[in-house]
Ligand binder design. Structure first.
Ligand code: ADP
Ligand code: MG
Length: 764
């Protein structure tokens, strides 16, 4: 059996690790696919359980310094798998915090040493030009015996991972970021140490005054500082999921054997009656059966105003009751709750890769060997061309500086962090606003979409139409018409049906029994009441029955946006009712803003042409496709795509599912618990259409963040590597000090993560 599974990875230090892990696991027999995300530090592995196992992966990974976090699931309500995953995420977050704390202590231990060596170096340089009092000979000797000790100390404390990086490189042939930094700093140290030890012997050949202990000290200290700052800010990128996990409730008050009893939330079963007291959290999803209250659903939908819940209303796990008391019947528990779905979706989306990342992945998989090659070329180049100009001693000095400089300035980390950190923050920000994004690719595509297609009913209009007029034709009275219609519609889920049934209830008109009920797709419905077969729906039904009717007589109403529902038996038209579905007040503003964001807004509707056009005009829609049969909705989108458009489609996600799937991005308007989260690329919770604008802005902000990150990370390496290699020296006399290179490299990753975190603060 092949099962894709997500594992937390320990020991990841940079994006070069991601490609090492990917390649190592891919080679194992039985592994189908593997994708490692260095933003979330997760690996998604699909493998044949008969041929291999996670333990086997660890056997291969551990010698390289990595491991997958494997937990034993204790089956808690969720499926074992999900539970294990959550457990893993929690544990590793704690471990991560501990790790970060250790990093902090390490940094605090070495920064003073870095400070001292910078001070000494500065004194030496300024002293030479008589800018400060020059160092006395004794001082000079004292300090220069101190620096090797500092360097040694740093190498064996915070330098350990880098030494291991070198070891693994020679032992297993796998080089990562640590290998580069390790090689750079140890070469500097060993070279300096040889000069110190054999100073009199080497003096005639080499420039023994130039030692590079400070490089080892400063580079390692700065890299440690950078890693610490990076880890500290990176953990902040994932706090959205922490908040969602925190919404899960541990216990519930249920009625068992007629008594109130507090039970573990995992013991609640579907059908249980759950008691909710003022101020408590809703433990599982369900339906109110007694009492009423207002519920704060902001954590799920992003809407700050508490929502009134009466009998039959849906309540959602994780939301908070305000002051009322009520009972509800549990309908969805454990991994089926909306909250569990949201958590799963956010987790997966944050771990998914944006298409824009593909190039970066390619680059980072060859980055380390290429940089190593460039460093060797620079070393060789300086020696070869430098000897005749600077002598062997001078040339060797330059060669070492260039070699070390390239190794420590080159940074695939910044490149590797550019996309995932922005995606994590973007997806998390969305979740907070009630915008659920399925994967990174969706955000990227929405950003590129030029057409936003909206469904009319339930998207632009409230989807809660009301009956506004009844017209009896022929020999039946209005009451009969409503009675028959309501009976037919009582079997339908369409919003129109609800309007008619509600009206009948209000007027206390009976609903009869019905047989042979059938939905006529895109047109209406039919059924037999008594001995008569009745048909109800739009004009298409009437023309299918070959009943002659002049559609112009409907115009007065349809041109005001009202939808006609015609009732007929096999031969005659019996009556017409009109329903009006109010336009959502925020729809007009939404379309206006989408236009400002350079998106065309089109509307699709199965409804009457006049009705749809009336609404489109009020809302400011660019083009309407009306009287569209459900299957044609999909074809219209296909057509637009063939013409080169990228289409985002917004619908209710239930009856528009095929169109949503065809669109480049399917956006579902979710209301309550019945959201078809998995089928849509983006789900807007709470049914507020203005969230569409927020989703578009979110995609824009996130993509802009990614592009800025990538731009700076690329530029940094493109400029940094030749600068450190001394390419500009012959012309401008520029050669970067390796210590400064270390500082720059540390800051490059930090700045990428900080830039991604800025997305959090942007207004949608
Ligand atoms: P839409 O989501 O745009 O309403 P549908 O395919 O669901 O598209 O319906 C198309 C049209 O068929 C409706 O606009 C309406 O005129 C008619 N129709 C569908 N279902 C019903 C129903 N239950 N009662 C009356 N008319 C219906
Ligand atoms: Mg619809």
């Amino acid at each position: 059996m092949n099962i894709p599974n997500i594992y937390k990875i320990k020991g990841m230090r940079c994006v070069s690790c991601a490609s090492i892990i990917e390649r190592t696991i891919k080679k194992i027999d039985g592994v189908e696919s593997v994708s490692v995300n260095n933003g979330t530090e997760n690996a998604k592995i699909s493998f044949n359980t008969e041929k291999t196992s996670p333990e086997m992966f660890n056997q291969k990974l551990e010698p390289l310094g990595y491991s997958l976090v494997l937990q034993t699931a204790e089956g808690m309500g969720m499926t074992e798998n999900e539970h294990a995953k959550h457990l893993g995420l929690h544990q590793s977050k704690k471990e991560k915090l501990k790790e970060i704390n250790e990093m902090k202590n390490g940094v605090l231990g070495v920064l003073p040493l870095a400070g001292i060596s910078i001070f000494i170096k500065g004194w030496e340089i300024f002293g030479k030009y008589n800018l400060v009092v020059p160092m006395s000979d004794t001082m000079y000797r004292f300090f220069h015996h101190l620096l090797p000790l500092f360097a040694m100390y740093i190498l064996i404390t915070i330098g350990k991972p880098y030494l291991l990086g070198i070891y693994r490189f020679f032992r297993h042939g796998k080089a990562n970021m640590d290998t580069l930094i390790g090689l750079g700093t140890t070469v500097a140290f060993v070279y300096s140490f040889i000069l110190s030890a054999f100073d009199p012997v080497l003096a005639p050949y080499l420039n023994v005054d130039y030692k590079y202990y400070d490089v080892t000290i400063v580079v390692l200290s700065f890299v440690a500082l950078g890693k610490y700052l990076e880890a500290k800010s990176k953990i902040k990128t994932g706090d959205a999921i922490e908040k969602l996990l925190g919404l899960q409730v541990k216990t519930a008050l249920v009625i068992r054997n007629g008594k109130e009893e507090e039970v573990n939330v995992n013991q609640v079963v579907s059908g249980d009656v759950v008691i909710i007291k003022p101020g408590s959290k809703i433990p599982v999803d369900g339906e109110v059966i007694e009492g009423k209250s207002f519920i704060d659903e902001s954590m799920i939908t992003g809407e700050p105003i508490p929502v009134e819940k009466n009998i039959d209303a849906q309540v959602v796990a994780g939301t908070i009751n305000t002051t009322g008391t009520f009972n509800f019947r549990a309908t969805k528990i454990g991994s089926e709750t909306l909250l569990s779905h949201i958590i799963k979706m956010v987790e997966e989306a944050q771990g998914s890769k944006a298409p824009i990342q593909a190039l970066v992945d390619k680059i980072s998989s060859v980055f380390v060997p290429v940089v190593l090659g460039l460093a060797i070329i620079a070393f060789g180049g300086w020696l070869y061309f430098g000897v005749s100009i600077f002598g062997l001693g001078g040339a060797l000095g330059f060669a070492i500086v260039a070699f070390v400089g390239i190794l420590v300035i080159a940074c695939p980390c910044a490149l590797g962090l550019a996309t995932p950190t922005a995606i994590i923050v973007g997806v998390g920000k969305g979740a907070k606003e009630g915008i659920l994004v399925k994967d990174a690719a969706t955000l990227e595509t929405l950003y590129k979409a030029n057409i936003i297609m909206v469904d009319k009913t339930g998207t632009i209009t409230k989807g809660k139409p009301e009956l506004t007029k009844v017209q009896a034709l022929g020999n039946k009275n209005e009451k009969d018409i409503i009675s028959i219609l309501a009976t037919l519609e009582s079997k339908s889920e369409h919003p129109i049906a609800q309007a008619i049934v509600n009206y009948a209830k209000e007027k206390n008109i009976d609903i009869k029994s019905i047989s042979n009920f059938e939905i006529i797709k895109g047109k209406g419905l039919k059924g037999t009441i008594g001995d008569t077969e009745y048909f109800a729906g739009n004009l298409k039904i009437i023309s299918d029955l070959n009943i002659s009717y002049n559609p112009e007589s409907l115009e007065q109403e349809t041109k005001q946006g009202k939808t006609p529902v015609l009732l007929a038996d096999k031969n005659t038209l019996l009556g017409i009712v009109f329903v009006a579905d109010p336009i959502k007040p925020e729809a007009i503003e939404t379309v206006k803003t989408l236009h400002k964001l350079q998106k065309k807004v089109l509307m699709l509707s199965g409804d009457n042409k006049n009705t749809a056009e009336y609404i489109a005009k009020i809302v400011g829609i660019d083009k309407v496709f009306a009287e569209v049969m459900p299957d044609d909705k999909l074809n219209i989108i296909k057509d637009l795509q063939m013409k080169g458009n990228i289409v985002a489609m917004v619908g209710d996600g239930v009856n528009d599912a095929p169109a949503l799937a065809q669109a480049n991005v399917g956006i579902a308007m979710g209301t309550g618990t019945d959201v078809a989260i998995e089928s849509a690329g983006i789900t807007l919770l709470g049914g507020d259409i203005s969230k569409l604008v927020k989703a578009v802005k979110l995609s824009k902000i996130t993509m802009r963040g990614i592009k800025q990150n990538l731009f700076w990370a690329f530029i940094y390496n493109i400029v940094g590597i030749p600068l450190a290699g001394g390419v500009f020296y012959p012309v401008f006399g520029w050669l970067l000090s390796p210590a400064f290179a270390g500082f720059a490299m540390a800051m490059s990753s930090v700045s990428v993560v900080l830039n991604s975190l800025r997305i959090k603060a942007k207004k949608l």
